[in-house]
Design a protein around this ligand. Structure first.
Ligand code: NAD
Length: 507
C-alpha cells in the first residue's frame, strides 16, 4: 500500500475565537437540584460524600452530586416497589399517555438538555441535538408500541382446558447507564421499562449524572411518584447494590464488558434477570467494487461521531488490498476536514474531548503503543493542547492482522485500516473479535450484500451505511457485547414476563 503522509495539524477551537453559536448558554442556571430523586422528590443521601462533575472541555468542576450508598438504593427500591403496584395495573393507554408527556416535557426543554449534555460530556452541539431528538423519539415510539403489544393467542391445547397467555411487568428494574450518551441511553431503558409496567431505580454514570437528574427534576409531580427513581453514585456501591437487591427483578446495564461481568456475577446470586449492552469494535468491510468515496465519507461521519466514544463507531476498516491505497487517501482527506473544539465554539465543531482524564490517558497510551509498534499514522495520532482532553482525529493505516489497536475498544477518534485478500478472509478477520455489536459491509454486488451479513457475527450489520438507528429496529450485541435488546418491540419483550393461565372447563 502507498503510505500517505499528511502533515495536517489539528488545533482545538475555543469559544473565545469568536465563533460562538447563538444557542450558547451557561449550564449553571440550568443545573438540577442536588440529591437523589426518590418517590417523586429530591432527597439528601445517607452520606455527606459527593462526586465532582467535570466539564471535559475546561477541566473545571461544574457541579457536585451525592455519592450514593447501599442504604440510599434500599430507600429507592422501596419507593419503586410501592409505586410499581399501581403502575403495573394501569392500562397500556394510560402508560402511553405518561410516556408521551415525558416526550413533551423533553421537547419543551430541548435547549436546556442540549446545554447540560454538552457541558457535562464536551460533545458538540450537533451531537447533543441529535441525542435529544432521538431521546424524544424513543419515548414517542414506546408510547405507541406499548399499545400494540400482544401475546401468543390463547387456545385449547389440552382437552377440556383453555389457555390464556398474559404479558406482565417484571417488577422493579435496576438501570445502570454510561457516560457517552447519558440522556439517550437512559431513555433507551426508561421508555420500554415504564411502557411494560415496571418501575425503575436508575444509576447514571458518576461522570455524567446531570441530564438524568434534569429529567427527574422536570418530570417530578407530573408522572406518578416512585415509578422513576434516580440514585447517583459509583458503580461499585450503587450499581453493586442494585445488582444484589432482592426486590430488584432485573438489572439493565449499558457499559463496559468488565462492568457487565460484575453485574451478571452479582445478579446470579439472586437469579436476577440481566440485560447487558456492552462494548463494541465495529468492522467496516470494504469490498473492491464499493463506492470508495461513499465508504470513506461514511467512516468519517460515524467513526468520529461523539469523538469515537460510541459502541458502534466505524473504527476498524478491513479493505480489499487492491483498493486500500485509494480508500485510505479518501479517508485521510475526509478526516482532515474535521473541526475539533469546544461545544460552544461553533456549529461546525464535530470533535469534542474525551470524557475524562483517565480515559484521555488510556487513548493516548494506545496511540503511543501503536506508534512504538511502528504503525503508520496516516493523519493525527497525538493529543492536543489543553485545557480539555482533546485527541487528534486519527487514521492508522497498514495495520497488521491481530494488532492490539485494531482488536481492543479504544473509544476515541481513532480508525484503523487493515487489508484482506479474499471474501473468506474478510469474514474470518471481521469475526475474530471478542465483540459482536455491529458491523458494516460496503459493496455494490447484490450477492455479497446478502451473503456477507449472514456470515457476520454482529447484532447489527449495515450494507453501504453505518450507525443508522431507528426505534423500530433492535439494537444489541452478540458475544462479548452482551445480550438483550434495546429499542423496538424486542426491548418490550425483554422487560416483560409471560404467564400461562390454564382454565379447566369442568371445574
Ligand atoms: P462503565 O462500564 O465504566 O460504566 C457504565 C456504568 O456501569 C456506570 O454507571 C458505572 O458506574 C457502572 N458500573 C461500573 N462498575 C460497576 C459494577 N461493578 N457494578 C455495577 N455497576 C457498575 O462504562 P462507561 O465507561 O461509562 O461507558 C463506556 C462503555 O459503554 C464502552 O465499553 C461502550 O462500548 C459501552 N457502551 C455500550 C453501548 C451499547 O449499546 N452496547 C452503548 C453505549 C456505551
Amino acid at each position: 500500500m502507498t503510505l500517505i503522509d499528511t502533515q495536517q495539524q489539528f488545533t482545538v477551537r475555543r469559544p473565545s475565537e469568536g465563533k460562538s453559536s447563538p444557542a450558547d448558554r451557561s449550564p449553571s442556571s440550568l443545573l438540577p437540584p442536588a440529591g437523589h430523586f426518590i418517590g417523586g422528590s429530591f432527597v439528601p443521601g445517607s452520606s455527606s460524600d459527593v462526586i465532582d462533575v467535570i466539564d471535559p472541555t475546561t477541566e473545571q468542576v461544574i457541579a457536585s452530586v451525592q455519592a450514593g450508598t447501599a442504604a440510599d438504593v434500599d430507600v429507592a427500591v422501596e419507593a419503586a416497589v410501592t409505586a410499581q403496584k399501581a403502575w403495573g395495573a394501569t392500562t397500556p393507554k394510560e402508560r402511553s399517555e405518561v410516556l408521551n408527556l415525558i416526550a413533551n416535557i423533553i421537547e419543551a426543554n430541548r435547549d436546556a438538555f442540549e446545554t447540560i449534555e454538552s457541558a457535562n460530556t464536551g460533545k458538540p452541539r450537533t451531537v447533543a441535538e441529535d441525542d435529544v431528538a432521538s431521546t424524544i423519539d424513543t419515548f414517542r415510539f414506546m408510547a405507541g408500541a406499548s399499545r400494540a403489544l400482544t401475546s401468543m393467542a390463547g387456545g385449547d391445547y389440552a382437552t377440556g382446558h383453555t389457555s390464556v397467555i398474559l404479558r406482565e411487568p417484571v417488577g422493579v428494574v435496576g438501570v445502570i447507564t454510561p457516560w457517552n450518551y447519558p440522556l439517550l441511553m437512559a431513555a433507551w431503558k426508561i421508555a420500554p421499562i415504564l411502557a411494560a409496567g415496571n418501575s425503575i431505580v436508575l444509576k447514571p454514570s458518576e461522570q455524567t449524572p446531570l441530564s438524568t437528574l434534569k429529567l427527574a427534576e422536570l418530570v417530578a409531580g407530573r408522572i406518578p411518584d416512585g415509578i422513576l427513581n434516580v440514585v447517583t453514585g459509583q458503580g461499585r456501591t450503587v450499581g453493586q447494590r442494585l445488582s444484589e437487591h432482592p426486590d430488584v427483578a432485573l438489572v439493565a446495564l449499558t457499559g463496559s464488558v468488565v462492568s457487565g461481568q460484575a453485574v451478571a456475577a452479582t445478579a446470579a446470586k439472586s437469579v436476577k434477570r440481566v440485560h447487558l449492552e456492552l462494548g463494541g469494535k465495529a468492522p467496516v468491510v470494504v469490498f473492491p467494487d464499493a463506492d470508495l468515496r461513499a465508504a470513506a465519507a461514511g467512516v468519517r461521519n460515524t467513526g468520529y461521531w461523539n469523538a469515537g466514544q460510541d459502541c458502534g463507531a466505524a473504527c476498524r476498516v478491513l479493505v480489499h488490498e487492491s483498493v486500500a491505497a485509494e480508500f485510505t487517501e479518501h479517508l485521510v482527506r475526509e478526516v482532515g476536514t474535521l473541526v475539533v473544539g469546544a461545544p460552544e465554539a461553533g456549529a461546525d465543531v464535530e470533535i469534542g474531548p474525551m470524557i475524562s482524564r483517565p480515559h484521555y490517558e488510556r487513548v493516548k497510551e494506545s496511540l503511543a503503543e501503536a506508534a512504538a509498534a511502528g504503525l503508520h499514522m496516516a493523519i493525527g495520532g497525538s493529543a492536543l493542547e489543553g485545557p480539555g482532553y482533546f485527541i487528534e482525529p486519527t487514521v492508522i493505516s497498514d495495520v497488521p492482522a491481530g494488532a492490539h489497536i485494531a482488536t481492543h475498544e479504544i473509544f476515541g477518534p481513532v480508525v484503523t485500516v487493515e487489508t484482506f485478500a479474499s471474501t473468506e478472509e474478510a469474514i474470518t478477520r471481521a469475526n475474530e473479535s471478542p465483540y459482536g455489536l455491529s458491523a458494516s459491509v460496503w459493496t455494490r454486488d447484490s450477492s455479497l450484500s446478502l451473503s456477507v451479513p449472514k456470515q457476520l457475527d454482529f447484532g447489527t450489520v449495515w450494507v453501504n451505511a453505518h450507525l443508522v438507528l431507528a426505534c423500530e429496529v433492535p439494537w444489541g450485541g452478540f458475544k462479548g457485547s452482551g445480550y438483550g435488546r434495546d429499542l423496538s418491540l424486542y426491548a418490550l419483550d425483554d422487560y416483560s414476563r409471560t404467564k400461562h393461565v390454564m382454565i379447566n372447563h369442568g371445574a
